[in-house]
Design a protein. Sequence first.
Length: 74
Amino acid sequence: MIGRLVHYAVDAALVSTLLAGVRRSSGFTVETEKLSDPTIRSVAEKYLGFGETVFDMIQGTAVNSPYFKRDSRR
């Protein structure tokens, strides 16, 4: 039971991080303003904010890692 809960939590974090990456690379984002219930909107914004935080942590780790280098084509 706990293992399944952890698995779902990790999956949710990965999806949120993926959405943050899509927003950063393309500019497309989830339009939370279309959610009519303020509670659900708040939860969605916190969920997406968590993905932004995780994405920033991963990006910071990659920048400071000797295993990654900047692609010269960008």
